[in-house]
Every structure is written in structure tokens, then in C-alpha cells.
Design a binder for this molecule. Sequence first.
Ligand code: FMN
Length: 218
Amino acid sequence: METNKVTRRGFLKIAGLTLGGSILTCSGLGYLASRSLATKMARLEPSEFTFGEGNSADARVLVAYATYAGSTMEVAAAIGEELGVRGYRVDVKPVSEVTRWNNYQAVVIGSAVQYGDWLPEAIEFVRANQQVLKSTRVALFSVHILNLEDDPTSRAARLAYLDRVRPSIQAEAEEFFAGRFDQRGAVRLLPKLIAWATPEFDLLDWSKIRAWAQTIFS
Ligand SMILES: Cc1cc2nc3c(=O)[nH]c(=O)nc-3n(C[C@H](O)[C@H](O)[C@H](O)COP(=O)(O)O)c2cc1C
């Protein structure tokens, strides 16, 4: 769908990122920038978390996520924490680390959005596990930075982020959270020195994220 496909040019235009980077490139700070970037440019190494370890083993929930720069991992952890408070025993894991199913009563799956789609490993996770997910309660969340408005065009564009996921899964809830754009993400889109100068913008709304986690699977 046309609205779903976010071109590199379109993304940069909306993010308004190029100006500061161009200034930096001309300013002779290149050496400093490239050293600083060396630690920041790699994809974030995702972590696992557990919540509600004292809760009943009969009420287990998996929160499986895919992140590039980390914001989706933070959202997944916050959702896991809320579910733990609600009495579930919660495993929060990157999709690539879900190797066995611990009799989960429910599964939350979330991904960062890149170029109008979930990250490839998240799409693959849903496809590969669609049989087991059919007999489980499922809720989906997406973390993104464009198409956040409430008009029909914007809404349609963000709903389309799940076009490649929905055919494989019947989810009882879908939510979209504004994310964060930082240098790690900028390096995916821009020359390194320009990425270094990119201002971070953080739109994460923790109240909204935690409120959603309090309502799913009720
Ligand atoms: C290469 C790249 C492509 C992106 N494409 C989109 C997009 O198509 N639509 C959108 O809303 N956000 C897009 N974003 C913004 C990310 O979805 C947003 O920064 C998100 O918070 C990243 O999640 P993460 O920190 O878990 O990787 C893109 C970011 C990057 C780095």
C-alpha cells in the first residue's frame, strides 16, 4: 500500500535531520565524531527480563520483541513489569531468544517499525509460530515515529505497518506507540558524521504504554 511505504527521503524530510549534519561535516569535527560513533552505531544487543517471579506458574505471559536501537525493548520491559504487577509471571525476550514455550497463557509481540514494516525477525517469528499462537491469546504493539496523528490517512498508514503480520495471526489487541529516534537509528539512514549530529527525539509516552499493559488480556 502506498501509504505504508516510507522512503528514505520521506523519512528524513519528516525527521528534519540533514541540516545539522551538513554543518558538522564541514566543521572539521570528523575525527571526534567517528570515534564516538564507533560505540553507538552497532545494533543494540537486546536483553531478557523476568517479572512477577513469585506469581503463580499457571499464569505465564511471554512478551516477545524486536528492536534495533532499544526503544521497543524498553517498551516491552515496561509492559512486562505491569503484567507482573497484575499477577502474571512474565518472560520478556527478544523474538530470536524464544526457543521454547513455557505454557504461556498469553503472548504480547512487539516490534520497531522500519521502512513501513515490522523488523524482519518479528515477522518471521509470527510466521514460524502461527500454529501455537492460534491457541493463545495474543496482543501486538508497534513502536514507530511517523504517522502518529489521528486523521484517517495517518491512521491507515500506521495500521498498514501490520499488513505482513495480520495474515498469520489473530490478535485481540493492537496498539501503536510513539518511539524514539536517536543516533543508533540515524546511522541506519545517514552518513555517519551526519548521524552523529542528529538530535535525538524521544516521544515515548510511558503512561500510555503502561495503561495499555493494564488492560490487555482482561
Ligand atoms: C532505518 C529506519 C527506518 C524507519 N522507518 C520508519 C517507518 O517507516 N515508519 C515509522 O513510523 N518510523 C520509522 N522509523 C522510526 C522507528 O520506528 C523508531 O525510531 C522506533 O522508536 C525505533 O525502535 P527501536 O529503538 O526499538 O529500534 C525508522 C527508523 C529507522 C532507523
